[in-house]
Design a protein. Structure first.
Lengths: 117, 113
């Protein structure tokens, strides 16, 4: 079975300071990992994805994440927070090898990021 | 705009009524997924289609729920005899399988009174 644990339900950082959103995953086979962002009253938008290529993945808007198999982690970082980054962030795992080819996404419970001016 | 559209965006209905939602995926995408998101939670998988075939249904999908994807294009999700517990955001996503990202529609927010 695949699962995701987001270690912080709420993170607050000051504008211009680094952002760290933590995620641990569990999967039997070879997972794909994603981070999605959801702004209020907006749809889910893909930030970045890992699919067994480079372990350091760069995404949109200056975000990046590092896949660490030994730690089963996929933490999201950004060097300098911007006011527009305030949103809900979801860590997501997909493991079709463990699900008979079903590429269903399993979401974490989300981390609400607040940016302090 | 991801290219996936859903209609309606909002639906308010009384308990016991039937509702139907529509999803139009990106045209070249062969797989279509339905998810449900309740307040304060991440989306949860409901069901998915490969072209017109429904391949898997979650245990979350009770007998009151039915989904179709005729001709492998748009999809509909129907809820019969709605209950207050059905109140949620219903999300549709499409993907060009394999190993691609899922593109989400804006969702249909259902409120059952």
């Amino acid at each position: 079975a695949q699962s995701v644990t987001q270690l912080d339900s709420h993170v607050s950082v000051s504008e211009g300071t680094p952002v760290l959103l933590r995620c641990n995953y569990s999967s039997s086979y070879s997972p794909s990992l994603f981070w999605y962002v959801q702004h209020p009253n907006k749809g889910l938008q893909l930030l970045l994805k890992y699919t067994s290529a480079a372990t350091l993945v760069k995404g949109i808007n200056g975000f990046e994440a590092e896949f660490k198999k030994s730690e089963t982690s996929f933490h999201l970082t950004k060097p300098s927070a911007h006011m527009s980054d305030a949103a809900e962030y979801f860590c997501v795992v997909s493991d079709p090898g463990a699900n008979f080819g079903n590429e269903k996404l399993t979401f974490g419970t989300g981390t609400r990021l607040t940016i302090i001016p | 705009d991801t290219g996936v559209s859903q209609d309606p965006r909002h639906k308010i209905t009384k308990r016991g009524q039937n509702v139907t939602f529509r999803c139009d995926p990106i045209s070249e995408h062969n797989r279509l997924y339905w998810y449900r998101q309740t307040l304060g939670q991440g989306p949860e998988f409901l069901t998915y289609f490969q072209n017109e075939a429904q391949l898997e249904k979650s245990r979350l999908l009770s007998d009151r729920f039915s989904a179709e994807r005729p001709k492998g294009s748009f999809s509909t999700l129907e809820i019969q005899r709605t209950e207050q517990g059905d109140s949620a955001m219903y999300l549709c996503a499409s993907i060009k399988s394999p190993r691609s990202e899922q593109y989400f529609g804006p969702g249909t927010r259902l409120t059952v009174t």
